[in-house]
Design a protein around this ligand. Structure first.
Ligand SMILES: [Zn+2]
Length: 422
């Protein structure tokens, strides 16, 4: 197996190299190396954002099954999805079924709902946040949340992932938040009927941009309310909401410093709640976000891409063994790194900082979930099969699962891995 893996990796490096374009070169998904990595037991995805996960063909299929969602393909924001419930569709909006019958294809939707559609002179984050605006209603009701995440978790199971830590904001009233939290749990219960091992945990998010910032206190209050109300009864009453985070483009949003006191207060008042923060997702050198995240007491670091610019902070991350959530394809698609062999996280890994490989927003950044991220680092960093296995194992070891749940998942993974690499 090890020899076979090395041969496939060498062939991939020779034929495609390490500047892999997962949106514009679909042939990548048909390579033997991709298929091999897809078949391996991976453990967990610890950094994926709500409602941005299902690959585009599956998102289109989801919409086709839900006529309560309608889409407008022309106008100022082509691809805008709206929730109509039982009511009539607004002028210009049609169901996915109608659009497909009229000849629309998955590629038409890829152009409006992935980074593929960003023009050469577009600021990528503008287009990217525009996709969230377009698709923001896709899980507008608890029933939609439930069906979407049943599909998400079954997909993960199919690629050897048995645990998801989902970044999710709880917008609206406390009741809205609770309904969404309960819908996640119902989806989990359904998935466990065929896959009893699966666990889902929520990293509740606030945000730093102008849209999210005024709602920060509400988002956190809602998150803590769901944490208190929704428990994983099948796992001894473990919390569904395990951690908090603060998101959005860090180069144009408020600094984490604006939230530091509030984060400290929340963490002090909620023993057992974990903290991971997006920081260092930037090419700028004067950016202070990682330092603030460390002051807040993070247990994991979201992205940490520009950590190499701050040797003292890198030393601190190493000393404290803070795990970095690395999202290779996202970093490429948002313009931080075009050649995976040059991705700075390889240096963090070599220095002894623990890493996990994660998917971020796969629906809008690739044609599949997580497998490509592992492929990117396997090829870019020339990883041995043992090193790849070490990253899989980290995804469980550095999860925010309760000790019993973690031990159960690790035992499964160790067995599955031994079996896979025989
Ligand atoms: Zn993220």
């Amino acid at each position: 197996m090890k020899q076979h893996y090395e041969q496939l990796k060498a062939a991939f490096r020779r034929d495609t190299g390490s500047r892999i374009d997962f949106l514009r070169n679909p042939a990548v998904y048909g390579t033997e190396l991709y298929r091999l990595i897809e078949s391996l037991p991976k453990g967990a995805d610890l950094h994926a954002h709500a409602d941005a996960i299902l690959p585009m063909d599956l998102q289109v299929a989801f919409l086709a099954d839900h006529p309560e969602l309608v889409i407008r393909m022309d106008g100022p924001l082509p691809g805008l999805i709206r929730y109509r419930g039982d009511g009539p569709a607004d002028f210009g909006f049609r169901t996915m079924k109608d659009l497909l019958e009229a000849g629309a294809t998955v590629d038409d939707f890829r152009r409006v709902w992935t980074l593929l559609g960003a023009g050469a002179d577009t600021y990528l984050w503008d287009w990217f946040e525009g996709i969230f605006t377009r698709c923001g209603s896709i899980c507008a009701s608890p029933a939609l949340v439930e069906d979407y995440y049943i599909r998400v978790m079954r997909y993960y199971h199919g690629i050897g992932v048995e645990h998801l830590e989902l970044r999710c904001p709880f917008f609206g009233t406390r009741e809205d938040a609770l309904a969404r939290g309960k819908a996640f749990y119902r989806a989990l219960e359904t998935v466990r009927k065929t896959d009893p091992l699966f666990t889902l945990r929520i990293v509740a998010c606030g945000g730093k941009n102008d849209l999210w910032d005024p709602q920060f206190d509400t988002l956190m209050d809602n998150a803590l309310y769901v944490r208190e109300q929704v428990k994983d009864e099948a796992r001894g009453g473990s919390d569904l909401v395990v951690a908090i985070d603060i998101v959005n483009d860090e180069d144009r949003s408020y600094s984490l410093s604006r939230y530091e006191d509030r984060v400290r207060r929340i963490m002090a008042a909620n023993p057992g709640l974990h903290l991971t923060l997006h920081a260092g997702e930037s090419l700028r050198g004067e950016n202070a976000e990682i330092a603030i995240a460390l002051r807040c007491g993070i247990e994991r670091l979201g992205h940490g891409f520009n950590l190499y610019r701050y040797p003292a902070l890198q030393e601190e991350v190493l000393r404290k063994q803070i795990c970095i959530e690395v999202c290779p394809i996202s970093n490429r698609e948002l313009g931080y790194c075009s050649d995976f062999s040059l991705h700075p996280a390889n240096g963090y890994r070599k220095a002894g900082i623990p890493l996990v490989i994660c998917s971020d927003d796969p629906a809008y950044q690739a044609n599949s979930v997580l497998v490509g991220d592992y492929l990117a680092v396997a090829v870019g960093w020339d990883l041995s099969l043992d090193e790849l296995g070490g990253l899989f194992r980290n995804s469980i070891a550095y999860s925010f699962l309760a000790p019993d749940d973690k031990a159960r998942l690790l035992a499964w993974w160790e067995d599955a891995w031994k079996e896979a690499i025989r």
